[in-house]
Design a binder for this molecule. Structure first.
Ligand SMILES: C[S@@+](CC[C@H](N)C(=O)[O-])C[C@H]1O[C@@H](n2cnc3c(N)ncnc32)[C@H](O)[C@@H]1O
Length: 438
């Protein structure tokens, strides 16, 4: 009777990292879906804690450096990647990422990748090819970085058109490092910054460079703060004081902005078309001891009383969040920008109708694409004379004055909010417009 050989030490986290990366490259599963899903298709949750950290790190570095990795691999495969090779590209990319960008000994990375290939029913036919390719790549070493190389060409070209070559290069450079952890606090940002060992941001939040598990941090179970990128905290603040006002948050889950509206005193209806995401919103609000009326529904066809304040955080390409979600660059297609822009225009028209005369609408997207931001607002103003921009002021955005565009809308770029310590620099790319509706 033959007995299976024990699996080599260190293979399990690599196999999970390969599955995570393969889910992204095949556009079937986002990074968050692998890391957070209740149902765990990648095997991530079954790993011991230390292996989870390693799998997450390997997948993260691979996706952040994937443009470089794909180029290096393609240069060694004269006839391209073999067809029907299963997760071979992810196996090669994760191995090169470890050897060139993670200080993991090259022989460990290569040997485990070859074992992983041998154990995969589709990739096993190419284990020899993987071995030869990987040895050639790692012995040549890491190439000099070229601006934009780690982004899909369609995306980098768009950013070059929108922000110029220097702007695009600065954005690309700032996406190379992992983002800090940003918190929105109910009150006393400097006190919380001190307690948690972070800094108080000029925009009002708290930033931590390093941290353990979020729920273990001081103040989490007391509901004193919530995780929210510094840029994502801007749109809801543009409403100012909402004491005694009604508000509708149209695409609300998981509720970061709903929490801000509720904390500013509004009576909020939180709408989302996903019941599952909305139940996460309710859990988040209950931890924060804040309240809002959840409502499952499609914002495009909502029968609801108009409100003083309407927030539309529209579904978007999310290209402003690549620092936090490096998979976005490889999951999205350029055609998504076009189809999402159509949906955003439709939702904007609905949102305007839901604002009481004299009330305010804030529109925002976590996208760097002008079609989803600046152009949406220009088109809305051209087709609806009831709507005007109420410009954001420098006093409202201390430290981010450069993010206010000539029309008075807010356009944050990932290299804004600089800091001497690169671990504390930058923020997500966001667009936000404050509109008054006559
Ligand atoms: C960018 S997220 C919103 C983040 C949220 N505003 C926050 O600050 O935590 C977009 C949300 O829009 C929801 N969504 C997408 N299309 C929608 C629609 N047509 N109607 C209502 N919700 C929608 C998605 O389910 C998702 O939860």
């Amino acid at each position: 009777m033959s007995r299976a050989l024990p699996e080599p030490a260190g293979l399990a986290p690599r196999r999970v990292a390969v599955r995570i990366v393969d889910g992204v490259l095949s556009r079937t599963r986002s990074l968050d879906a692998s890391l957070e899903a209740e149902h765990d298709p990648s095997g991530f949750r079954a790993l011991p804690e230390r292996d989870r950290a390693l799998a997450r790190a390997i997948a993260g570095v691979t996706l952040r450096r994937f443009g470089t990795l794909r180029t290096l691999i393609a240069a060694r495969l004269e006839t391209g990647l073999p067809k029907k090779a299963g997760p071979l590209e992810a196996i090669l990319a994760t191995a090169v990422a470890q050897a060139l960008f993670m200080q993991i000994p090259a022989h460990t990375a290569v040997d485990l990748a070859v074992s992983g290939a041998r154990a995969d029913p589709d990739a096993r036919h190419f284990a020899g090819l993987a071995n030869a390719t990987l040895r050639a790549i790692v012995s040549a070493g890491a190439p000099d970085p070229t601006p934009g190389v780690d982004l899909p060409p369609w995306l980098y070209e768009r950013w070059t058109r929108a922000y110029g070559s220097e702007g695009a290069a600065r954005i690309a450079e700032s996406l190379g490092a992992e983002a800090a952890l940003d918190l929105t606090v109910k009150s006393d940002p400097s006190g919380w910054a001190e307690r948690l060992g972070g800094i108080a941001l000029p925009t009002g939040g708290v930033r931590l460079a390093s941290h353990g598990l979020v729920p273990a941090l001081d103040g989490f179970s007391e509901g004193e703060w919530w995780v929210q990128d510094a840029a994502a905290g801007i749109p809801a603040r543009l409403f100012g004081d909402l004491e005694g006002k009604t508000a509708i948050d149209l695409c609300a889950a998981p509720g970061g902005k709903t929490a801000q509206l509720a904390a500013a005193g509004a009576e909020v209806v939180a709408v989302d078309k996903s019941a599952e995401r909305l139940s996460r919103l309710s859990q988040n609000l209950s931890r924060l001891r804040l309240s809002a009326a959840p409502r499952v529904g499609d914002a495009a066809s909502l029968a609801i009383e108009p409100a003083d304040a309407v927030l539309l955080d529209a579904p978007c390409s999310a290209t402003g969040t690549i620092r936090r979600h490096p998979d976005v660059a490889w999951m999205k297609r350029e055609s998504d920008v076009t189809s999402l822009s159509r949906l955003q225009a439709q939702l904007l028209d609905v949102a305007v109708r839901l604002v009481k005369p004299g009330g305010r609408l804030v529109y925002c997207v976590c996208s760097l694409e002008p079609e989803e931001g600046e152009r949406q607002i220009a088109n809305l103003l051209a087709r609806n004379p009831r709507v005007r921009i109420e410009p954001a002021t420098a006093a409202e955005l201390p430290g981010l004055e450069e993010a206010i565009n000539p029309e008075g809308c807010v356009r944050t770029l990932p290299f804004h909010l600089p800091n001497e310590d690169p671990r504390l620099a930058g923020l997500d790319g966001f667009f936000a417009a404050r509109l008054s509706v006559a």
